[in-house]
Each structure stands twice: as structure tokens, then as C-alpha cells.
Design a protein around this ligand. Structure first.
Ligand SMILES: Cc1cc2nc3c(=O)[nH]c(=O)nc-3n(C[C@H](O)[C@H](O)[C@H](O)COP(=O)(O)O)c2cc1C
Length: 350
């Protein structure tokens, strides 16, 4: 029934709602003797936190992470690591209008259909805020990966139909959208500002690259690494499509264009995105997540209430105009969690 636990050996359970007392994560299976401080986790969580950005919600959460267990004298002990993030800036009153009405595009309708009860405050468990716990857990997975020389980086490649035209790694940290094309980022910002002023929202695409991943990770046939990566990214709210390597483009090209020739020194190209037959090739893993526009918009729309009566709705409250850039650390975290799990599985089977 429940779907709040993820992973096989590096296992994450998250809990909490947007306007409940706290959010948190329990990580079971993290190896002992990994250096771990609250500051390591905080750094990642701060990247996801709502800020003063044109695309960002005005909710100002401090998002302070506390390690409750599983760490002794700065090292993991091999026992469950519990992480807690207390909710401090919840303005639940802004959601009173949504108690009995379904927002188009959000989980309000489906949560009622499934559970028959719904915490409407801030979107409850369907809120983007739930992902703070994933990012906290992902920071631990990332530490494990760093020890093996594996680096995971995410960035924006498209917002509102404006796509990057070039890639400069230096640009990624030089603009608020974390976009590797500074000029494209400026145009994206303008389009976002326009959408926000109209009371509307925009979607976008995030790309994540993994460097230094060894060949051999992935467990065919059902736990192929590409299957697990796709599942991990699709479990994030707003993600509606996942591509690996050439992705959907592969359906439109020839075999001779899609194959990656191999010579004694290695692969000569990377159309596969670092995965063949569900197993990593040792090349860079390249994966993209397509995110829909934020559902909660100020523009008036047609909907119904819990009794099925027609209603009009214009959503108040604190909402992002675009899930980018805040979703980038979430995508990275999910990729880190999958890789940490598969790294441990590969070590266990050797
Ligand atoms: C980091 C993050 C922030 C989000 N912020 C909002 C928001 O402010 N307002 C909103 O309506 N949806 C927001 N969402 C999206 C909803 O969580 C998501 O649309 C909802 O759960 C429905 O799921 P679906 O879009 O996958 O169908 C956010 C998602 C993420 C990952």
C-alpha cells in the first residue's frame, strides 16, 4: 500500500507534510565510517530552499536539518540515520479556501479519491516541500559517491520553451536558474517574470550528468539502472518525462547514428547516455527530466468542489512560478540515491 520507502540496500523513508510539525527522512543501510556533519546536509538543503527569486515562492523556511541518530563523533555508525526538518513558516490560513475545492493540475482531487481524507494545507504530502527530506538524504548518498570519485551535477536546459544554445559549466553557478548558457538564462528570466505577472506559470527541463561512475552498475532485468533512474525522477512532483542519452530523439535517427562505436581506448560517442542493457558503461550518465508548469496559479480556472459542484478558482498562497531552479537539487538527490544504492548492490554481489 504505502510508497514512502525507496531503494534496496541504501534505503530511504521520508515522512511529513508541508504544514505539519516537521518533515524528515530515515536512511537505513548507509555504510559505517563515512564522515558526516549536519553542515554537509545543510549545504544541499539550502540550494532547494525557497528564496527571493522571481521563480520562487515567498515562503521563507529556514530548513534547518538536525541529525537525530546514526552519527557518532562525525562518522556514520551503520545504524539508521534519522534527519529532521521542522516546519516554521507555514501560513496555513492562506489555504482555507482550498479545503473543499480541487486545484486543477494538483493532487487535491486524486488524494481525496485515494484516501478519502486530505491535509489541504500547503498541498500536504503532495507539496514540493516534501522534497526537502529527499535532498537531505541525497546529501548523504552524494558523500558516499564522492568517496568513489563520482560527481553528480544538474542544471537547467529549458524554461518556457527557451532552450540553451551552448554549454559553459562556469555559467551554471553564475545565474539564478543554474543554466549553462548565460544569455539563454536572461531570456528565461524575462519569460518567467512575464508569466508571474500574468498570474501564470511555466515548465522546463533539467539535465543531470554523472561523471566518474564505474561500468557495471544496474541489476537487470527489472532494476536496470536506467529504469531506476527514470522511476526516481518521475517520483518528483511536476516531472512528466524522463530521457536518457538521446532519449526520444533516438526514435527518429538511424542505428548507425544511434550506436556508440567502440575502439580499444573506449567508446567514441555517448548517444546511450552512459547506460547499455540497464548497466552503466563507465561513460558519463546523461539524463533529463521534463517538468510541467506549477499547478497553483493566480489565473482563474474552472474546477469542482468535494460535492461535485462547479466552482471557479484562483489560487492564493505562496507558489513558485516555475519549479526550476528549486527542483534541480531534488533531481540530483534522486540520482545520487539511485547510484548509492546500486553501488552497494554491485559491491555486495562481487
Ligand atoms: C521543489 C518543488 C516545488 C514545488 N512547488 C510548488 C508550488 O509552489 N505550487 C504548486 O502548485 N506545486 C508545486 N510543486 C509541484 C507539486 O508538488 C506537484 O505538481 C503536485 O504534487 C502534483 O503532482 P504532479 O505534478 O506530478 O502530477 C513543486 C514541486 C517541487 C519538486
Amino acid at each position: 500500500m504505502s510508497g514512502n520507502t525507496f531503494g534496496v540496500l541504501f534505503r530511504l523513508t521520508t515522512f511529513g507534510e508541508s504544514h505539519g510539525k516537521a518533515l524528515g527522512a530515515v536512511i537505513d543501510g548507509c555504510p559505517p565510517n563515512l564522515d558526516l556533519a549536519e553542515a554537509d546536509i545543510q549545504e544541499e538543503v539550502d540550494r532547494r530552499r525557497p528564496g527571493g527569486h522571481a521563480a520562487s515562492t515567498s515562503r521563507k523556511e529556514e530548513d534547518r536539518v538536525e541529525i537525530l541518530s546514526g552519527v557518532f563523533e562525525g562518522k556514520t555508525t551503520g545504524t539508521p540515520i534519522a534527519l529532521l526538518i521542522v516546519n516554521r513558516d507555514a501560513d496555513s490560513g492562506a489555504y482555507d479556501d482550498l479545503r473543499d475545492v480541487f486545484r486543477p493540475g494538483h493532487g487535491d482531487y486524486t488524494y481525496i479519491k485515494k484516501y478519502g481524507i486530505r491535509d489541504h494545507r500547503g498541498g500536504g504530502r503532495a507539496s514540493g516541500r516534501e522534497t526537502a527530506a529527499r535532498v537531505a538524504a541525497g546529501a548523504i548518498a552524494r558523500k558516499l559517491l564522492s568517496r568513489e570519485g563520482i560527481d553528480v551535477v544538474g542544471y537547467t536546459v529549458e524554461v518556457g520553451g527557451i532552450a540553451v544554445e551552448r554549454f559553459s559549466r562556469d555559467d551554471i553557478n553564475g545565474n539564478r536558474l543554474c543554466c549553462p548558457d548565460h544569455e539563454a538564462a536572461t531570456r528565461m528570466e524575462h519569460k518567467l517574470e512575464e508569466a508571474r505577472n500574468e498570474g501564470d506559470s511555466l515548465g522546463g527541463i533539467v539535465e543531470v550528468r554523472v561523471a566518474g561512475c564505474p561500468a557495471g552498475l544496474g541489476e537487470p532485468v527489472f532494476d536496470k539502472i536506467d529504469a531506476d533512474l527514470a522511476r526516481a525522477l518521475m517520483s518528483i512532483g511536476t516531472v512528466k518525462g524522463v530521457e536518457i542519452g538521446d532519449g526520444f530523439r533516438a526514435a527518429r535517427i538511424k542505428g548507425s547514428e544511434s550506436n556508440d562505436p567502440i575502439d580499444p581506448a573506449g567508446f567514441l560517442s555517448n548517444h546511450a547516455g552512459g547506460v547499455l542493457a540497464g548497466i552503466t558503461t563507465g561513460q558519463e550518465i546523461v539524463i533529463r527530466a521534463a517538468c510541467k508548469p506549477i499547478a497553483s496559479i493566480a489565473l482563474e480556472q474552472q474546477t469542482i468542489d468535494v460535492q461535485g459542484n462547479p466552482r471557479r478558482i484562483a489560487v492564493r498562497g505562496r507558489h513558485d512560478a516555475c519549479v526550476i531552479p528549486r527542483i534541480i537539487p531534488v533531481c540530483e538527490a534522486m540520482v545520487c540515491l539511485v547510484l548509492a544504492d546500486h553501488l552497494l548492490r554491485q559491491k555486495a554481489c562481487k
